[in-house]
Design a protein around this ligand. Structure first.
Ligand code: XMP
Length: 371
């Protein structure tokens, strides 16, 4: 077996035992992303443990569909759909298994990107024919976030409001027993202590107290998968490319990219900048190779000059990283001309911004999101 780093009995094992064929490999997800990491793991799993690479995504779908059907029976199921890859693929997989027994709920939390809600409606209701309910929580979310600057508080407030909306809507649907969540393996290890004392780095709003509170049983069909595997699974299920290849977007939305207080005015600035970063990354043909590219609005102003006038305005940071699963990340070496176009456009087109900076930190020790 492959032991977790924090699993001390294994970490304490000094050397391999060749006579009894007992070998020990200390595994940490970061290992897989070192130059020979995959080779080491492959050698251990195939040569030492004697496993065969017979696993396919098609067989995963069949197994998962069977398991969901067996688990659910004739009961009704709800899913919190965010429009991101994870919840979309989890919903599509569950829909494949149980069809109309599934209802999806999308909550507009007021901190979405431009056009996001419409895109979700079009894709899931019109194209994929899932039962979809859209709730508009803009007012309540923004009211609760007023004057809040602490990142963890923002995350908790959004999580709480989300639960409130979701709970109220699901009460209208009678006899719900199960909840589908697009929880991935990295969420499992970063957000809860998994076989060891890994610290809570950030409270992920999608692994919250929802199921216990609502007395729902969980269906988490992606729990053992990494992001790249989820994309393959989505394609296998016929989920459109623009969803399957969508860059990740955090549950707390733009609230954790507006550093400092979240106001409608500051959100509008960030949305406009975000749209430009997105367009330029796409038109440079970099969208798929970059894990995430986005804008962050900083809680400071800087001095600039326009004509012969002094300005004192906002700063936008551009964050772009490459990554395999979000557990580790490198800052992306975006060509200078692309960075230049983003910067010129943001400064010229977004009112109230006079400076753009590029974040050149990797994870660890930084994280991908700034909050
Ligand atoms: P960090 O900032 O921890 O982010 O390096 C790792 C990945 O997770 C995303 N992220 C979230 N996703 N709910 C989510 O579903 C959240 O609360 C959340 N916070 C961060 C982040 O965008 C990156 O892809």
């Amino acid at each position: 077996s492959i032991a977790h780093t924090n699993n001390s009995p294994v970490a304490a094992m000094k050397r391999d035992d060749h006579t009894r064929r007992i070998y020990c490999l200390q595994f940490h997800p970061e290992v897989a992303h070192t130059p020979e990491g995959t080779k080491i793991l492959r050698n251990f799993v195939y040569e030492i443990c004697g496993c065969k690479p017979t696993w396919t995504m098609q067989s995963y779908v069949e197994t998962a569909v069977g398991q969901i059907r067996e688990q659910v029976g004739k009961e009704r199921v709800i899913c919190a759909l965010s429009g991101g890859v994870d919840s979309s693929v989890a919903a599509a997989l569950t829909h494949r298994a149980i069809g109309d027994q599934l209802t999806c709920i999308f909550v507009d939390n007021g901190v979405l990107r431009t056009g996001e809600r419409d895109q979700v409606e079009k894709t899931f209701a019109s194209q994929l024919h899932l039962n979809l309910r859209i709730l508009d929580g803009t007012k309540q979310f923004l009211a609760d976030l007023k004057n809040v600057t602490d990142p963890e508080r923002k995350r908790k407030i959004i999580g709480r409001q989300f639960i409130k909306h979701f709970e109220a809507e699901s009460k209208k649907l009678k006899g719900i027993k199960y909840l589908v969540q697009g929880t991935l393996y990295p969420d499992v290890i970063e957000s809860v202590s998994f076989k060891g004392p890994s610290a809570t780095i950030k409270t992920h709003h999608n692994v919250g107290g929802l199921p216990a509170r609502m007395r729902l049983k969980l269906i988490e069909p992606l729990r053992e998968l990494f992001k790249d595997e989820v994309r393959v699974l989505g394609t296998e299920l016929g989920v459109p490319d623009d969803i399957v290849w969508r860059q990740p977007f955090p549950g707390p939305g733009l609230a954790i990219r507006v550093l400092g207080a979240v106001t409608p005015e500051r959100l509008a600035i960030l949305r406009a900048a975000e749209g430009i970063v997105d367009q330029e990354i796409r038109s440079a043909g970099l969208y798929r190779e970059i894990w995430q590219a986005f804008a962050v609005l900083l809680p400071i102003r800087t001095v600039g000059v326009m004509g012969d006038q002094r300005t004192y305005e906002h700063v936008i940071a551009i964050r772009a990283v490459t990554s395999v699963d979000g557990m580790t990340a490198d800052w992306a070496e975006i060509p200078n001309d692309v960075l230049g176009r983003m910067s010129n456009r943001i400064i010229n087109e977004v009112k109230g911004v006079n400076r753009v900076v590029y974040d050149i930190s990797s994870k660890p020790p930084s994280t991908i999101e700034w909050e």
